[in-house]
Design a protein around this ligand. Structure first.
Ligand SMILES: *Cc1c(COP(=O)(O)O)cnc(C)c1O
Length: 389
């Protein structure tokens, strides 16, 4: 039977992999209203609590009043408005790169950068645990595509030896499901030996890492020569939406000329760009959010270790608790929810088989008391699950 969707869906259910969307009935925040219930939110990527910050919201409103609601056209036609241009200039300055180019989503920024830089005859090498958008971009590019072992410079080096044509090494800056940092100093050194370029997608590092929130490259002190292609997204710590690629003048002009996911799409709302200008200012200048977040991360790791939970090797706001089986992760997540705590269960194929986990994300919007409530609930649910084994 063609298009047998019912049996595909039934199989998905049987494997405990069926996805459902929680309905959010409040703005983002430490406390949210979901499916009619108030819950403490430990699964959002709003790491600095800027998504509903009054000044960011006001900038959006004023932006809409001045520039309207819609982008109206693609950037190359008549959709590239003054706020978009100002965001690009501000992001270039913020990242210390000559130029930056604004995109509507991180998924598109990644598709654009990879497909504009490599094609048939070239090589793209990616960390096995890269974000899906980077893996999709590598496949779509038509370049020879190979994945190296997670964060493994030796595995990368052996693939670099066999690479042909222009070679792009692509990695997450902070791995989105594990929370660990790419070992960029070592990976970049390997790439430079072979004249390969490094592209870093730092969706989770911008705003949270580095003294001024400049992400993993600021954390490691890496410049344009080390990381020629730097991607950031605006929907996480920035609290708005969109993404950017930062790099040389020639890189940005190449994307404008050749990147189909840039050319054939409408620009984002200029009002969103106005909001991003404000959130960039708060993210860069108000370092107390990063400091508070770091204290929460340290306290969470200490508390979770005391409970005997299986922490992963993460210094960031992404603090996964490894569970193993999908059904078990779902049960744990459901028990937490009964206690008023929202933590997402992440299952294959998002993570490798047998490594289902609870993905706890911390935010500067959380208070210390809210973090203690999470730890108490984790201890209680953990004990309950152990007792029922
Ligand atoms: C979220 C994310 C993206 C996608 O960004 P969007 O703006 O949400 O499309 C890309 N890369 C990584 C590593 C991400 O975590």
């Amino acid at each position: 039977m063609p298009f047998d969707l019912q049996s595909r869906l039934a199989a998905r259910r049987a494997e405990h992999l069926y996805r459902q969307r929680p309905l959010l009935e409040s703005p983002q925040g430490a406390e949210v209203l979901v499916d009619g219930r108030r819950l403490l939110n430990f699964c959002s990527n709003d790491y600095l609590g800027l998504a509903n910050h009054p000044e960011v919201v006001r900038a959006l409103q004023q932006g809409a009043a001045q520039w309207g609601a819609g982008g109206g056209a693609s950037h190359l036609v008549i959709g590239h408005s003054t706020p978009h241009h100002q965001v690009e200039e501000a992001l270039a300055e913020f990242t210390g790169r000559p130029r930056a180019l604004l995109f509507s989503t991180g998924y598109m920024a990644n598709l654009a950068a990879v497909t504009a830089l490599v094609g048939q005859g070239d090589t793209v090498l990616e960390d096995r645990l890269n974000h899906a958008s980077l893996l999709d971009a590598g496949l779509l590019s038509g370049a020879r595509f190979s994945r190296y072992l997670h964060n493994d410079a030796a595995s990368l080096a052996s693939r670099l030896e066999k690479a042909t044509g222009d070679t792009l090494v692509v990695t997450d800056g902070v791995f989105s499901m594990d929370g660990d940092l790419a070992d960029l100093p070592t990976l970049c050194a390997e790439a430079r030996k072979r004249d390969a370029w490094v592209m870093v997608d730092d969706a989770h590092g911008f705003g949270t890492l580095g003294a001024s929130g400049g992400g993993v490259v600021e954390h490691f002190g890496l410049g344009l020569e080390d990381v020629p292609v730097l991607v950031g997204t605006l929907g996480k710590a920035f609290g708005t939406s969109g993404a950017f690629v930062a790099g040389s003048e020639a890189l940005i002009e190449t994307l404008i000329q050749f990147a189909r996911p840039y050319i054939y799409t409408t620009s984002q709302s200029p009002a969103v760009a106005c909001a991003t200008l404000k959130s960039l200012e708060l993210l860069r200048d108000e370092c107390w959010r990063r400091e508070h977040l770091n204290r929460l991360i340290a306290r969470f790791r200490e508390g979770a270790a005391q409970i005997g939970l299986n922490l992963m090797d993460s210094p960031t706001a992404i603090q996964p608790l490894l569970i193993g089986e999908s059904a078990e992760a779902m049960r744990f997540s459901a028990l937490l929810r009964e206690r008023g705590i929202l933590v997402g269960a992440i299952r294959p194929p998002t993570v490798p088989a047998g490594s289902a986990r609870l993905r706890v994300t911390l935010s500067a919007a959380h208070s210390e008391a809210q973090l203690e409530r999470l730890l108490e609930a984790l201890a209680a649910c953990h004990a309950q699950l152990e007792a029922s084994r």
